[in-house]
Design a protein around this ligand. Structure first.
Ligand code: FAD
Length: 322
């Protein structure tokens, strides 16, 4: 096997997600001197995105363009990627632990009859071995995994492994590969997205999350205003989603999204273990709750005990002054 690591880039609406660049940094941590080959499947013109992968540390990039890769399907992307994997014979593969990564990588691993370390949040080397650190038991503990033989196949949690510095002086080949992606049972003709505004929750650096304490859909308005002034996104607890204050696409937790922003402000959220599973790895956690005994204060770096309807407007006012 060659010393070559494939990094599967993930494009959305023609733009690569940040986790694609983080995956390049992860590949460098696995073996700094291996050749890093980016791969992008899409139906958009992605040459400029391929170039970005090179600026962020890839040595070359393979693009596969096909109309059946316009929208993700496991068969379509699986076929395209298996072709690249067979042609390149890499020693490692890295992808983001996103909805697509979670669905696609086990299928590829099973085809390759190899193992997979999923959801790594850190990669360490002790000289002899590369250790992959991943959360277990809903984030209550961490385990270290070592791959002792075969392919190093890993998914990484977004927002945990910092991307390398963008360097426009880097150069590398971008080659397009013709792959016939027609032998598939499902073709997605169209995707009608819910109108969503602002920053993508899973990649946001700042998240303002509301819980049942916000009391109504209208009660979320100040949270959106705070998110606006901080350039962040709004999330929610399942309590708030169940109460119909907001859409389930905002749910954070064990059965929702897992997020790791730089700043997480939990507003009127009690801190149930299922909620903590989705946010406790955030870099700085601020909790606003009128109950000083609420469990959320046990994971918070900063806590404000009080009524959220008084505190949020004050925060907005003060932040606007900065
Ligand atoms: P509550 O527990 O009702 O807390 C509301 C909080 O608001 C209280 O602490 C209260 O003091 C505070 N408050 C009220 N009024 C104010 C005010 N004016 N100012 C300030 N504070 C105020 N939950 C998730 O979040 N994500 C998940 O993914 C998830 N998955 C689950 C999976 C399973 C299998 C199960 C069983 C449960 C799951 N849950 C999940 C639900 C979870 O157990 C809790 O029920 C839920 O997180 C509670 O939401 P909450 O904190 O908004 O509501």
């Amino acid at each position: 096997m060659s010393d070559k690591i494939l990094v599967i880039g993930e494009a959305r609406d023609g733009e690569l997600r940040n986790v694609s660049y983080e995956a390049i940094a992860a590949a460098k941590k696995i073996k700094a001197d291996s050749e890093i080959v980016g791969v992008i499947c899409s139906n958009d013109d992605i040459e400029s995105q391929a170039q970005e992968m090179i600026y962020y540390g890839a040595d070359r990039v393979v693009t596969i363009k096909h109309e059946n890769l316009k929208t993700y399907t496991p068969e379509g992307f699986g076929q395209a990627l298996m072709r690249v994997i067979n042609d390149e014979s890499p020693s490692g593969i890295v992808m983001g632990h996103t909805s697509i990564g979670k669905d696609l990588t086990p299928k590829i691993a099973s085809k390759l009859e190899t193992g997979l370390v999923s959801d790594a949040v850190e990669i360490e080397s002790d000289g002899d071995n590369v250790q992959f650190i991943r959360p277990i038991y809903s984030g209550k503990a961490f385990e270290k995994k070592i791959i002792t033989s075969g392919l190093t196949f890993v998914t990484i949690r977004p927002n945990n492994i910092p991307m390398l510095k963008r360097d426009e002086s880097r150069s590398g080949d971008v080659n397009s590969k013709d792959v016939d992606v027609t032998d598939i049972r499902t073709i997605i003709k169209d995707v009608i997205r819910k109108a969503s505004e602002g920053v993508d929750l899973s990649e946001a650096n700042v998240i303002i999350a509301g819980g049942r304490g916000v009391k109504s859909a209208d009660g979320f308005k100040p949270l959106y205003e705070l998110a606006d002034v901080l350039g962040g996104a709004v999330g929610a607890s399942r309590g708030a989603c169940d109460a119909d204050y907001c859409d389930y696409s905002l749910q954070i937790g064990q059965t929702g999204k897992v997020v790791t922003p730089d700043l997480y402000i939990a507003v009127g959220i009690s801190g149930a273990i299922q909620h903590l599973a989705g946010m406790s790895n955030s870099k700085v956690i601020v909790a606003i709750n009128k109950d000083a005994e609420a469990n959320i204060f046990n994971v918070a770096d900063y806590g404000i005990v009080g009524d959220l309807f008084e505190i949020i407007p004050l925060l907005i006012e003060e932040i606007k002054k900065i």
